[in-house]
Design a protein around this ligand. Structure first.
Ligand code: F3S
Ligand code: F3S
Ligand code: ZN
Length: 109
């Protein structure tokens, strides 16, 4: 299952993390929601492949530890989503389609 590109309509902001939004539902540690808005990562789909961290030319992503999550014990957090230049590499390389990028979406909280 890929990230829902309509998550802004289908989910609600339930938290903030490192300056970006967190879209619910969240029920730690098994359910973590979507982090980010312009660059959105579905933490419940990410399985810590790491290709996004390796390939992003402007280092948008940072690892965050998520012990106890059924898919993986760390996630690619869009910590620097404001730096994104919309190259779309991360969307192309993620093997499980956990990332959605939309330049029209606001980064600010
Ligand atoms: Fe990086 Fe993905 Fe943006 S690779 S520049 S976060 S589209
Ligand atoms: Fe996760 Fe996909 Fe990146 S599985 S670590 S979001 S390439
Ligand atoms: Zn985050």
């Amino acid at each position: 299952m890929a990230i829902d590109p309509q998550f802004e309509e289908n989910r609600e902001v339930v938290d903030e993390h490192e300056g970006h939004r967190v879209w619910g539902p969240v029920d730690e540690p098994e359910t973590l929601g979507i982090h980010g808005t312009h660059v959105a990562v579905d933490f419940d789909i990410c399985l810590a492949d790491g290709a996004c961290l390796e390939d992003c030319p402007v280092d948008v992503f940072e690892w965050v530890d998520t012990p106890g999550h059924p898919e993986s014990e760390r996630k690619a957090d869009p910590a620097n989503e404001a730096n994104c230049i919309d190259c779309m590499l991360c969307v192309d390389v993620c093997p499980v389609d956990a990332i959605d990028v939309d330049g029209s979406r606001e980064t600010r909280i």
